[in-house]
Design a protein around this ligand. Structure first.
Ligand SMILES: [Zn+2]
Length: 447
C-alpha cells in the first residue's frame, strides 16, 4: 500500500495525478469493443464463494465483522487480486481500500465503483460481497481485454459499513470524533479498527473528498427486499436511498381507576394512540407515492392492568425518496392526530429526534443502468432503496448510480441471504456496461 502517494492524492484531489506516459488515447477502439465486453461469470461466482469461506460461521452464515481477523484477511485477499489486475492499491487514513487504474485522458476525475466486505455478526454472504467482488470482476474484465478508459477507474472497499458506514462517511466528512471510541462487534473500537486496517484515525479529516474529486460512483448491491423477486425482474435501477425522519410522540390523557371511571368520562391515552397507529398505516398506504411509515415502539404508562393509561409514548418513523414527501405525510398525520385528540380528549405532541437525508441517484446514471440492462435483454424496475448504503454518503459530493439484484425471499442480514449466480453475473455485467457508459459521458472538470 503506497501511503505516501495517497497523501499526495488527498492533498491535491484524486484527479489528474500520475497521468503521464499512458500512451495514445484509445477512445475509438474502446467504443468499438464496448458492445462485446462481458464479465466472466464463473470466475466471479468462484471468487464470491472463496470470499464466503473467509469468516464463515459454523452455522453456515458469515461473521466477517469489520476490523476482525477475517475482515483483515478478506481485505488482503481482495487487494492482492486488484494488484494482479494491474490496479495500484492504497489505504487512505479512514481505512478505505482503493485500487486505481489510470485513464487515457489527462485531467479527468476517476470513476469509482465498489461496496463493502464486512458483514453483521451472523450475516450472509451477499450483502456487500456482491458489489465488492462485482467491482473486482469489472477490474479484471477491463484488464483481460486491455480495455482503456478515458477516466481513471478506482475500485474501493469501504470499511465498517455495517457498523456505521465509517469509511464512506469519512469521505463525506461525516464521522464525528466520538464515534472513534465506539466498540464494534470485533471487540475493537472504530479508532483501533481503522488503525488495524492501515488507516490513521488521528488524521481522519484528511480522508474527505469534495465535489469534483470523483467523476461518479457506482455500487452494485443485493436488494435486501423481495420486490424484484416477486415482480420477476432481473435488475433494480435504484432511484435513490430513502431519507428517514423519526419522532417521539407523546399522547396525554388522564390516569384513573379502571373499575370506577365510567366509559364516557375516560381520557384514555392508549385508545387515542391505538387509533393513531392505525392512522399512520392507512395514511402512508393511501397517500400517493411510495412512502413508508411505522410505529415501531409503544409504551403505556403507568402500565398496570387496572389503571387507565394516562400517557403513551410511541415512535413515528417515515421514509421516502424525497424529504418533502416525508414532510407531506408528517403534516397529514399531525392534522389527523389533532382530530383524534379532539375526539378522545387527549393531546398529541411530536418531537423529532432523527433525520437521515435522502440520497437520490444521478438521473444520467439511472438511465445508463437502465439502458445497459436493456441492451443485455434484462428486465428492469426503477425502485427506491429502503436500506442505507455507502453510496448514500458518496452522493453528498459525487453523482452516484446503484444497481440492485434480487434477494431470495427478500432475506438479508441472516445466513439464509441468497442471490443466484446468474443474478450476480447479470448485475455485474450491468455494472461493467454502466461504467463504460459513464466513461463516455462528460462529468465536468475536477476541482
Ligand atoms: Zn450492504
Amino acid at each position: 500500500m503506497d501511503r505516501r502517494r495517497f497523501t499526495y492524492l488527498t492533498a491535491t484531489g484524486l484527479a489528474g495525478a500520475g497521468m503521464a506516459g499512458l500512451g495514445r488515447p484509445r477512445a475509438h477502439l474502446a467504443a468499438a469493443s464496448t458492445q462485446e465486453l462481458r464479465v466472466d461469470g464463473t470466475r466471479l461466482n468462484d471468487r464470491l464463494q472463496a470470499l464466503a469461506r473467509i469468516g464463515r460461521n459454523p452455522g453456515g452464515g458469515n461473521g466477517r465483522v469489520a476490523f476482525s481477523d477475517a475482515d483483515l484477511e478478506a481485505r488482503a485477499w481482495y487487494g492482492s487480486l486488484l494488484e494482479e489486475a494491474g490496479f495500484a492499491t492504497r489505504v487512505d487514513v479512514a481505512g478505505n481500500l482503493w485500487g486505481r487504474r489510470e485513464g487515457t485522458e489527462a485531467g479527468r476525475a476517476p470513476l469509482a465503483l465498489g461496496s463493502h466486505l464486512d458483514s453483521v455478526p451472523d450475516g450472509g454472504h451477499y450483502d456487500g460481497p456482491v458489489g465488492s467482488v462485482g467491482a473486482l470482476e469489472v477490474a479484471w474484465t477491463l484488464a483481460d481485454a486491455d480495455h482503456a478508459t478515458r477516466h481513471p477507474v478506482e475500485v474501493v472497499v469501504f470499511p465498517n459499513e455495517e457498523g456505521g458506514k465509517t469509511g464512506s462517511r469519512a469521505l463525506a466528512g461525516e464521522v464525528e470524533p466520538f464515534e472513534l471510541d465506539i466498540e464494534t462487534a470485533s471487540g475493537f473500537t472504530i479508532g483501533e479498527g481503522i488503525r488495524r486496517i492501515g488507516g490513521n484515525p488521528d488524521q481522519l479529516a484528511d480522508a474527505r473528498l469534495h465535489p469534483g474529486d470523483l467523476a461518479a460512483f457506482l455500487e452494485l448491491h443485493v436488494e435486501q427486499g423481495a420486490v424484484l423477486e416477486t415482480d420477476g425482474m432481473d435488475i433494480g435501477v435504484v432511484e435513490g436511498i430513502v431519507g428517514i425522519m423519526r419522532w417521539d410522540v407523546v399522547v396525554e390523557g388522564d390516569t384513573n381507576h379502571a373499575g370506577t371511571t365510567p366509559m364516557p368520562r375516560r381520557r384514555d391515552a392508549l385508545v387515542a394512540a391505538a387509533r393513531f397507529v392505525d392512522t399512520v398505516h392507512t395514511t402512508a398506504l393511501e397517500m400517493p407515492g411510495r412512502q413508508v411509515a411505522t410505529v415501531g415502539r409503544i409504551e403505556a404508562e403507568p402500565g398496570a392492568p387496572n389503571v387507565i393509561p394516562g400517557r403513551v409514548r410511541l415512535t413515528l418513523e417515515i421514509r421516502d425518496l424525497s424529504m418533502d414527501g416525508i414532510s407531506r405525510v408528517y403534516d397529514r398525520l399531525v392534522e389527523q392526530a389533532e382530530a383524534l385528540g379532539d375526539a378522545t380528549e387527549t393531546t398529541f405532541s411530536f418531537s423529532r429526534f432523527y433525520v437521515s437525508g435522502a440520497a437520490p441517484t444521478d438521473p444520467a446514471l439511472r438511465d445508463a443502468v437502465e439502458s445497459s440492462a436493456e441492451e443485455l435483454a434484462f428486465s428492469t424496475l426503477r425502485m427506491p432503496s429502503g436500506a442505507g448504503h455507502d453510496a448514500q454518503s458518496i452522493a453528498t459530493f459525487a453523482p452516484v448510480g446503484m444497481i440492485f439484484v434480487p434477494s431470495r425471499d427478500g432475506i438479508s442480514h441472516a445466513p439464509e441471504e441468497f442471490t443466484s449466480a446468474e443474478d450476480v453475473t447479470r448485475g455485474t455485467d450491468v455494472l461493467l456496461r454502466t461504467l463504460l457508459q459513464a466513461d463516455a459521458m462528460e462529468w465536468g472538470p475536477p476541482r
